[in-house]
Design a protein around this ligand. Structure first.
Ligand code: CA
Length: 148
């Protein structure tokens, strides 16, 4: 497959990443991580930010998103409910859960909710970038009609 164009003047070619995180320092850290990513696909992604589930849902109704980086504890609920809701869709973004909890139960709950990857905070920037790139490369999750 030829390498995709990441030209700034062609916004169609850039991936859209939605960061759902209520704590500003964590959003800022993730943004800095993406800005400094050594993988162009991640570095040049368009970052959208939501600090609540409601904001995230609102953005998802108006924008096509390729990847959601999802916090679990949010002011208006559990981030995993958003993942479960999206699972019913015919096409949904990849979901990377970033959680402050290191409990094995939380990891398995996140994966049971249909998310694609789970990483603990504080995260290693290079690891997050690599995981994001892998999920963007994988493309959206498409559920064939009739399987539901
Ligand atoms: Ca939180």
């Amino acid at each position: 497959m030829p390498e995709r164009a990441f030209a700034e003047q062609d916004p169609e070619a850039r991936d859209v990443v939605l960061v759902v995180e209520d704590e500003f320092p964590n959003r800022a850290l993730l943004k800095a991580t993406v800005d400094r990513a050594t993988i162009p696909r991640v570095r040049e992604a368009i970052l959208l930010e939501a600090s609540t589930l409601a904001e995230a849902r609102s953005i998802l109704t108006t924008r096509q998103v390729d990847l959601i980086v999802l916090d679990v504890r949010l002011p208006d609920g559990d981030g995993l409910t958003l993942a479960r809701d999206l699972n019913g869709a015919e096409r949904r973004p990849r979901i990377l859960v970033l959680s402050a909890s290191v409990l094995p139960s939380e990891r398995s709950m996140a994966l049971d909710a249909g998310t694609d990857a789970f990483m603990a905070k504080p995260f290693v920037p290079a690891d997050v970038v690599e995981t994001m790139a892998g999920l963007l490369d994988a493309g959206p999750v498409v559920t064939p009609a009739g399987r539901l």
